[in-house]
Design a protein around this ligand. Structure first.
Ligand SMILES: Nc1ncnc2c1ncn2[C@@H]1O[C@H](COP(=O)(O)OP(=O)(O)O)[C@@H](O)[C@H]1O
Ligand SMILES: [Mg+2]
Length: 266
């Protein structure tokens, strides 16, 4: 999926660049690129999980990556956040190469990840988990940001002193997102926030995703549940076995027959 401007007169490759200055379809004209992932290859030992993944995220967007189990969605996020750095390729955040940096350095630059499987610290309380999320900060806003997380997820305030591991799956997902927000990220990476949760909880989580985005947080969202993901996002990338096979604005992806057949269950 090249994001290059097509040569004049050339047949544009997917994604379509709907006349907005060569930007991918669905990107607002004049938008600034915040994340540029270029042809990354990432391994687990000798197993190659990513075989050349490229994607861009522009400031203010919600971009989604959809794909079946094992496609490489989590690995892409882990490559960006420095947990599994790519062996080949480049990742630029706000113009700066980050693919060689340690995870905490990437966090300090403004990228936070809410990991798959809502990993919270099980023996720490809700409050302690949120405080851990702010470990890279030493400013005076931490307490008020905890209150902001509680406003988004009032349930967490009710459970402030409860241990993370004793909460329901939905509450742990809220806590995992809340903890990522405590880093005050410019780019939030969300890995399968709907996985295994009751629809009413998923709806609440997606309301919060919208709310965060409307407050200016740029979001890269990984989902197997393409229905939710395409609803909330501006643009999307489809991953299959470590490669991007399709990208477009989310409305177009939603009506794409291949996407419908493979990922929307229609
Ligand atoms: N820790 C690991 N060790 C070995 N292989 C892994 C590991 N994690 C993921 N993989 C493999 O990498 C590929 C991509 O996995 P992943 O990024 O988790 O996919 P997704 O998040 O799209 O389900 C899969 O083939 C998976 O089996
Ligand atoms: Mg995954």
């Amino acid at each position: 999926m090249s994001e290059q401007t097509p040569e004049p007169g050339a047949v544009p490759a997917t994604p379509a660049t709907s006349g907005n200055g060569g930007l991918p379809a669905g990107v607002k004209p004049g938008a600034t690129k915040i994340l540029e992932v270029n042809d990354i290859q990432t391994y687990y030992g000798s197993i190659q999980a990513l075989k050349g993944v490229s994607l861009d995220v522009y400031e203010g967007e919600v971009v989604t990556m959809i794909g079946s189990n094992g496609a490489g969605k989590s690995t892409t996020l882990r490559s960006i956040s420095g947990l599994n750095p790519p062996k080949v390729g480049s990742i630029k955040f706000r113009g700066k190469e980050i693919s060689g940096l340690a995870g905490h350095q990437i966090a300090e630059l403004g990228i936070a990840q809410s990991p798959e499987g809502r990993r919270v610290f099980p023996r720490m309380t809700v409050l302690e988990n949120l405080e851990m999320g702010a470990f890279i900060r030493n400013d005076s806003q931490i307490r008020s940001d905890i209150e902001r997380v509680y406003e988004l997820f009032p349930r967490l305030k009710e459970r402030e002193k409860q241990k993370g591991g004793t909460m329901s799956g939905g509450e742990q997902q809220m806590l995992a997102i809340g903890r990522a927000l405590m880093a005050n990220p410019k780019l939030l990476l969300l890995d399968e926030p709907s996985l295994g949760l009751a629809p009413v909880i998923v709806d609440r989580i997606y309301e919060v995703v919208r709310e965060l985005n409307s407050r200016g947080v740029t979001i890269l969202l990984v989902e197997q549940n393409a229905n939710y993901a395409l609803d909330v996002s501006n643009r999307g990338y489809v991953l299959e076995t470590g490669r991007v096979v399709l990208s477009n604005d989310s409305t177009s992806l939603r009506t794409d027959p291949e996407v419908q057949k493979a990922y929307l269950g229609t």
